[in-house]
Write a protein that binds this ligand. Structure first.
Ligand code: XMP
Length: 510
């Protein structure tokens, strides 16, 4: 399989670059600049390397650099933004602060003919975001694009197959970005488009069958997309040697736990053991209103229930996990501020004794996991589900979680989702749900005063959940959701719509 290395210098688009490459059916792997050496690169047989952007200035002593030997390996390199400046710097060019000439956003670029821009017109719109610029191209390079403010918006040395672009070809705002990446991957690196999901399934199943032969494997099934797809893939490989423990903590959406059990267990023949721990979880978080404490208790209790169920199964050899590529890449990165502890329920139990771990999805992005899932026959309503926090509805009930509050929220959330889906809007927000507030408010129903709870509806649109816009849902959809919630669910007297984006708010309320 042909591979492209995405060498990460701290840019925010590293995963996007890798996804764009994979969308062309070429496997791309992200490595931090400090996670790989030139020798590793030589051994790994990469067909091309992309240097990502990054927030630094190449002259800053703290800025990320890489062994310049990489430019002499004969492997084609494409430097993007900071990667373009670094490539210039490494090969003897000059980079300077643009002094008041920074460019951000849509920018018109004049391009000259070269193999990276093959098939492109002479002018196009690109997405820029930089302060420093290449002010002198290294020997052997020529300038291949300019803007009004930037004398070297792109450069290349075709002979050595070294290319740099100041703009971001990976973002959709760059008109011919896809064509530029295609030219690099196929025209310059000579990759074959051989990264296909069907091949992935066939080769994973035979590899897992071989690796796990005669072993008893245990998977913590959270009910989410990743662990469900991992379960079906592993079950294809090893059948009943796979034991999936599905801890039902009672905080899933209406009907969801049954759907997971029925679909995986009955329809797809996965060996699912459902542990009904709903009462137990409610008892454990009774009286707790601090969001972080709730998350922590739920995470710990999940592991405890999982361990108890696993113990009943006797000696287990291998623990399987639904880890996906962004989880692997994220955990390999430096520490960023913890806003919320996003531990997914099903973290690694410490008290258990395994001889190994298997993570069959660790090379895949979320959209690839969904594709594998649907190719494995998992129905779309399961694999295409919107993200859902591990601690579930417990972090959408503000304050203390009680059985009564939980059931009000479960019903309100189901009505809201139904209204969105009934109006064919499910593809529009990236995530939509209801939240139950802790306060009561006064209402009036049939001449009588009510004093019920308030539900907040939330819908957000985002690519990566790092930032999000509140979704402008049609007023009549919100109206019918509010009417139905207050009419059909006794105890709720007010519905509000959350119109804050992230930042300053987060997607979830807790
Ligand atoms: P926030 O609220 O941080 O959410 O803006 C961003 C995305 O992460 C999801 N989320 C979680 N996912 N465990 C998870 O697996 C958690 O504890 C958790 N908290 C938030 C949230 O639903 C949104 O998609």
């Amino acid at each position: 399989m042909d591979k492209i290395l995405v060498l990460d210098f701290g840019g925010q688009y590293d995963q996007l670059i890798a996804r764009r490459v994979r969308a062309e059916q070429v496997y791309a792997e992200i490595k931090g600049f400090d996670q790989i050496t030139v020798d590793d690169i030589k051994e790994n047989g990469y067909k091309g390397i992309i240097f990502t952007g990054g927030p630094n200035s190449v002259y800053d002593p703290q800025s990320p650099h890489f062994d310049p030997e990489v430019t002499r390996l004969g492997i084609p390199i494409l430097g993007i933004c900071y990667g373009h400046q670094l490539l210039a710097y490494m090969t003897g060019g000059k980079v300077s602060p643009s002094l008041g000439l920074s460019e951000y956003g849509r920018t018109e670029v004049v391009m000259h003919k070269n193999i990276l821009f093959k098939g492109l017109p002479g002018h196009s719109i690109c997405w820029m975001s930089h302060t420093d610029s290449v002010t002198e191209v290294p020997e052997g390079f020529s300038v291949t694009a300019r803007t009004d403010r930037c004398g070297c918006a792109a450069m290349c040395d075709e002979e050595r197959k070294l290319f740099g672009v100041q703009f971001h070809p990976e973002v959709t705002h760059t008109e011919y970005g896809r064509q530029i990446l295609v030219n690099f991957i196929f025209g310059i690196c000579g990759c074959r488009a051989d990264w296909k999901m069907d091949d992935f399934i066939t080769s994973s199943v035979s590899r897992l069958r071989e690796e796990l032969k005669g072993k008893k494997v245990l998977l913590a099934l959270s009910g989410g997309v990743d662990s469900s797809v991992a379960a079906v893939l592993l079950s294809r490989a090893i059948g009943s040697s796979l034991n999936c423990v599905f801890v039902d903590h009672g905080f899933m959406r209406k009907g969801e736990a049954d759907m997971v059990e029925n679909t995986l267990g009955r329809k797809l023949g996965v060996n699912v053991i459902r542990a009904d721990a709903r009462e137990r979880f409610l008892k454990r978080i009774a009286g707790v209103d601090d969001p972080e404490k709730k998350r922590k208790i739920i995470g710990e209790e999940f592991i405890r229930v999982f361990e108890e169920e696993a113990e009943k199964l006797g000696k287990i050899d291998i623990l399987a996990q639904g880890t996906i590529y962004p989880d692997v890449v994220e955990s390999g990165k430096g520490s960023s501020a913890v806003i919320k502890s996003h531990h997914n329920v099903g973290g690694l139990p410490e008290a258990m004794d395994f001889s190994g771990i298997t993570e069959p999805l660790r090379d895949l992005f979320k959209d690839e996991v969904r594709e594998v899932g649907s190719r494995l026959g998992i129905p779309l309503d399961l694999v295409m589900r919107q993200p859902f926090p591990g601690p579930g509805l417990a972090v959408r009930v503000m304050g203390e979680v009680t059985g009564e509050k939980l059931s009000l929220l479960t019903e309100a959330d189901a009505v809201f989702r139904e209204e969105i889906e009934k109006n064919g809007l499910e593809g529009r927000p990236s995530q939509y749900f209801a939240v139950l507030l802790d306060d009561r408010s006064v209402g009036v129903m049939g001449d009588a005063r009510t004093y019920g709870r308030t539900v907040a509806l939330r819908a957000v649109t985002t690519d990566d959940f790092m930032t999000a816009e509140w979704t402008r849902l049609p007023g009549d959809v919100l109206d019918s959701a509010a009417r139905r919630i207050t009419n059909e669910i006794k105890g709720i007297s007010r519905v509000v719509y959350d119109i804050t984006s992230k930042p300053p708010a987060t997607v979830e309320w807790e």
